[in-house]
Each structure stands twice: as structure tokens, then as C-alpha cells.
Design a protein around this ligand. Sequence first.
Ligand code: PLP
Length: 450
Amino acid sequence: LLADLEADARVRADDRGHVFHSWSAQALIDPLPVAGGEGSTFWDYAGNAYLDFSSQLVNLNLGHQHPDLVRAIQQQAGRLATIQPSMANDVRGELARRIAQVAGDGFEKVFFTNGGADANENAVRMARLFTGRRKIMSMYRSYHGNTSTAISLTGDPRRWPNEPADGSIVHFHGPYPYRSSFHSDSPEQETARALEHLEQTIVLEGAGTIAGILIETIVGTNGVLVPPPGYLAGVRELCDKYGIVYIADEVMVGFGRVGEWFAFQAFGVQPDLITFAKGVNSGYVPLGGVVISDRIASHFDTLSFPGGLTYSGHPLACAAGVATLEVFERDGILERVRDLGARVVEPRLRAIAERHPSVGDVRGLGLFWAIELVKDRETREQLVPFNASGVDAAPVAAVAAACKRDGVWPFTHFNRLHVAPPLVITEDELERGLDVIDRALSVADEHVAR
Ligand code: PLP
């Protein structure tokens, strides 16, 4: 790679001078100027390439500059670059039909949004209108987006500065076998106790006041928390018992991340509403939406749905979405994710956990894994505290820096490193990235209590 330091300085100056960044103290950040990308790799202007083990924000499922997606967008731009949502459009209709088909029986309709947060906003609105109730339940340790209702639903520190939250939202504890809120010592016990807690919360809040339970099928940013066997089936049962709408937030895990079209399909359950975004078109053009079960969709057959967006079902975004589904089917993406996850990632991470005393737990599915770092395996004291920043976060920041020096861009959050590469990553690239993580974890080992 050739360095272009003039371009580097120019991009940096415009960014630092004028771009106001998300979730940041503006003077304390140093965004990397990115010159380009291809597949699972992107590069800067200084001549450094990075293997992306984070798929950007866990959305770049088909990698950078996938020729099929680029071509679909170019062709659509040449044909009809935009059309408003109240008109019928060929690619919008085709994408809705294909998404409903992969969602399975009982789903025919899709409401398109611009991303994940507004998908959750609209799913909540549907649940409220359908049930005539107001409250929504969501988990602590969750992220659902940055609009008003979605940030209120969120169960992590990103909600705090945005409070007072919407008063109609109730948080509960989900299952987390490694750090159980319920003092359980097996996945079976965790499932039983987490469901008992959920039912008690429903009853105490007043079952007749609760419109929906909105949960990530596998909690994403907050830890790749794979639900223990039976948990989601139990949530489904409680929803049926109390007339509550089950909303599955599949924004991060939908479209192949765990080797299924939607992650709930790995757990044998069926939600009432499915929210998606990110992987639906790898974020090439912003797109999200709600897949609506027939029962809820028919509620709006004669009752007007009071919601819409100027860019709902944008043709450029939908063209990239149709191309995405075609690539998934043609290239067997779901099968390859299941294979690489089970055959390469899982055994490598288990071996890494054996070797490094700083690794307390590894868990995941498909190409979606977390490495949870601790100071002490016995007490499970976190390597850095919950909500760590600045010096508190330094040990994990040092691991991330070691990965970057070795050409891998990792995803870190509090005391965890996540492994979430593009689904098109080659086996060699995957092995190389895991080698780098393996070496970088020696930095974490230095902080382990002896
Ligand atoms: N839901 C989940 C599970 C997410 O991970 C995210 C984004 O990271 C969102 C919702 C919000 O999506 P968006 O940023 O597209 O609004």
C-alpha cells in the first residue's frame, strides 16, 4: 500500500474541524482516516491495512465493495434513484417478498425504515396499537438504538445521559450464565430462574398494561449473550399466556451473523414482530425494517397505521438488499458461517481460553463471539469495570492497540473483545486474525492477579 500523507492530513483536518462524532467527547478522539476497503480488509492513507474483525459496526456482513451489491446500486441509480414510499416500486416489493419468505411461515409483510432504531420505534408502536396497552419490557444489558423510545429501551449506559427515559418502559434481567443475576450454577437453572423473574415482573407490573417484550435474540454489544436452552421458548410462552407481543430485535444478529437468516430460527421460536437493519444490505445504503406477523399485519388492514418515513423502502437500499439475498443463496453464506463458526472459531477460542489466564469465558454462535476478560478466573473479577473509560479502560485498550499494530481491527466493549468478522472472510484471514488476537491477549494476561 502506498502512503498518501497529504490526503491523510486533509481528511484528518476536515474531520477534526467539522465532523461532530457519535458518543464522543469531540476533543478526545482521533478517528482513523480510511482510504478504502475490499472484502474483509480496509486501509488508511498511511499505508496500513486492517483485517476487520468487527465488520464495522457488525453490519458489513458481505464485506467492502462486494461487486454484486455495488452493481445493484449502480444499476438502480441509473434506472430510478428514488421514489416516495406511497408508490409501489419493483425492488422494494421484491425485497419485502423475499424477506418475508426467509422469515418463515406466518410472515408476509415488511415495513421499511432507515435503520435499527426506527425499526424498534415502529415495532413498539405496532405492539401498542395492536394490544391497546402501553408498557414495553426490555433487558438490562441491551442496546436498541438512539431514538427516543429505542434509547429508553436500551439497558446500558448509553441510556443514562438521555434520561428521563420514557416512563412506560420496564427493564428486567435476562439470562447470563457466566455472571448470573440469579445465582444459578447451570444453564438449565439460569433459564428457569430468569423466566421466573420475568413472569414475576410481568405480574407485578400488571400483565394487562404490557404491550410488548422487546429483546435481542442474542444480546449483541452487551456481551454476545447466547440465551440458554429453553429461555426464548419460555419468553414465547409467557407472551402467549399474558397477551403480550414478542418483538425480536434482530438488528445485529439477523441476516447470517449466526448462520441463520434470523437468529431466532436457531432456537425454534417464532416472534410476533422482527426488527432488522445492518446485515440486510451490509449498510451500503441505510435500511432497516419490521417483519410483521400476519396476525398483527391484519390488525392494520382497515385501521390506518399512523407511521411513515420519507425514505421508507428507498430503492437504492432495497436494490442492495435484493442483491444481498441473492449472494447469500448463491454462495451458501449461511452454511459457510455455521461451518467456520463450529470448525474454526469455536475450537480456536476454546484453545485461547485455555492458554490465557485473562480469559474468563468465551461464548457465541456462527461468526459472533465474545471473549470475556477477567483479573481472576476464580472470582471472575472483570479485567476492567462495567462502563470503564479512560485509565480504567486502559488494559482492554492496550489489547485493542496490540491487535491494531498487528493489522487486525477488533471490537471491544468494557471487559470484552468480540469476534465478528465479515461473513465472507476467508479461512486464512480468519486464522490470521485469531493468531493476532491470541498474541494480543498476552497484554491482558499481565493484569491477572497472581
Ligand atoms: N438494535 C441492536 C441490537 C443494535 O445492535 C443496534 C445498533 O447497533 C440497533 C438496534 C440500532 O440500529 P441503528 O444504529 O441502525 O439505528
